[in-house]
Design a protein around this ligand. Structure first.
Ligand code: FCB
Length: 455
């Protein structure tokens, strides 16, 4: 087992999941209600009307999932902790049975030679905190740091690599501006306040984890490579770039929100929101940066012939642009171009000087073909092609000097894909919703062989 980031001598490999997407058992062992339970129950919120109450039932099948990881030969498993299992009301009483589950999971991984890396917040906020204002309230950031330490106290002897948040841009802006993720609020520029509280929550937790001796605290960011169609589009898209990219790296690297960001997000210039010391605390608080990458981002000057992406609601204050999406695309409509990952890794390393991990990368495809002669095995050559190209892009970034330690695939299992429900599959293992049978796809075999060959 390793309590530290891989050393980077060769690229390490891993697979990722998230609690609400795979665990199920949503009312078991004292788990509190999460904002995703509440949001998924809202008519029309989830494409197929589903929720994560059963999902992949990994709460009960974690041994089998650990076997699948061992079969892949990955050195790392990136999972997330469900805050409502640990602190059901968000603050106060700790639920030991929730901690027991992650304790068992970590031991199951270690028994198979897989090192755990835990994400503390992959979007399942306790509903009790949302009822008190959620991430719009500073107290949620403070509660997050307390919860982080409860988890660390139990698992810290066996988990050394921690991510505080997963894709805080989504948590703030899809959750509180576009309203397409939980908690489904449309608060306009107030979402910038949520963003600051996510940054602050990270910084408060990192400070305390560091004080407890942790050396590898990071955050998984879905930064976007910006490929403007024209120089005019580049200027027009500056606000979007600021909210999607600079808002997160600025505090971590410079201890500041830049002027271009403040121009579109005046809420971040309010001293009642961003208090003295907040940004200083954030500066230097990350030991590594996680990059979740799926697709490039091509802004164009607003053009009625280009359908405006619904996520544009998620950039309050920024000038509107159109988003061009070229072919080829995956089943979820995201353009495929591995050069975006290479560029992002090289640029993020240059910007931060920090070790990087590809904390997520993968593709949704329809999975509608079977391998001839192999009963029920999905022949996902498209997913194999996607993964192969992106692993190669990661290696190119390393060759260009970016300190990338690991490539972690999204995802081990077909699972609850947030607002898309179970309609989009990203797994290298198929999960039968009727009986939870797990069947590795051709991509699972490909990844296992690639890892074995990479030695
Ligand atoms: C990312 C999420 C992850 C998964 C992939 C497809 O935005 O972090 O949970 O849904 O997208």
């Amino acid at each position: 087992m390793s309590l530290h980031l891989p050393d980077g001598s060769t690229l390490a490999y891993g697979a990722a999941t998230a609690s609400y997407q795979i665990e199920g058992a949503s009312t078991e062992d004292g788990r509190g209600v999460s904002i995703w339970d509440t949001f998924a129950a809202r008519p029309g919120a989830i494409r197929d009307g589903s929720d994560g109450s059963v999902a992949c039932d990994s709460y009960h099948r974690y041994e089998e999932d650990a076997d699948l990881l061992a079969g892949l030969g990955v050195g790392w498993y990136r999972f997330s902790i469900a805050w409502p299992r640990i602190v059901p009301e968000g603050t106060g009483r700790v639920e030991t049975r929730g901690l027991d589950y992650y304790d068992r999971l970590v031991d199951a991984l270690l028994a198979r030679g897989v090192s755990p890396t835990a994400t503390l917040y992959h979007w399942d906020l306790p509903q009790a905190l949302e009822d008190r204002g959620g991430w719009l309230e500073r107290s949620t950031a403070e509660a997050f740091a307390d919860y982080a330490m409860v988890v660390h106290e139990r698992l810290g002897d066996r988990v050394g690599v921690w991510a505080t948040h997963n894709e805080p841009w989504c948590a703030a802006y899809l959750g509180y501006a576009a309203g397409i993720h939980a908690p489904g609020r449309r608060e306009g520029g107030r979402a910038h306040v949520a963003a600051h509280h996510l940054v602050l929550g990270h910084a408060l937790a990192a400070e305390r984890l560091h004080a407890a001796g942790v050396t590898d605290v990071g955050m998984a960011l879905n930064l976007a490579p910006f490929w403007p169609e024209t120089p005019e589009a580049e200027a027009a898209a500056d606000g979007i770039d600021a909210i999607r990219n600079r808002l997160w790296l600025g505090p971590l690297v410079d201890g500041a929100y830049d002027d271009g960001l403040l121009a579109v997000a005046p809420e971040l210039a309010d001293p009642a929101v961003v208090r003295d010391g907040d940004l200083e605390l954030a500066r230097g608080s990350a030991d590594w940066i996680g990059i979740n990458y799926y697709t490039p981002f091509r802004p164009a000057v607003p053009d009625p012939s280009i359908p405006v992406h619904h996520e544009l609601d998620a950039y309050p204050g920024a000038a509107p642009v159109s988003i061009v999406v070229r072919e080829p695309r995956t089943d979820i409509g995201w353009e495929v171009d591995a050069r975006g990952l290479e560029e992002l890794l090289v640029e993020t390393h240059a910007r931060t000087g920090l070790p990087l991990v590809v904390t997520e990368n993968g593709a949704a495809y329809p999975d509608d073909r079977l391998v001839e002669g192999a009963v029920g095995v999905i022949d996902d050559q498209d997913r194999i092609g996607y993964l192969r190209d992106h692993v190669a892009a990661t290696e190119r970034a390393r060759a260009a000097g970016a300190d990338v330690r690991a490539y972690i695939l999204w995802t081990l299992l077909d699972n609850f894909e947030w607002a898309e429900g179970y309609t989009k599959t990203f797994g290298v293992v198929q999960v039968d919703p009727k009986d939870q049978t797990r069947t590795p796809k051709a991509s699972y075999r490909w990844f296992a062989e690639h890892i074995a060959g990479a030695g």
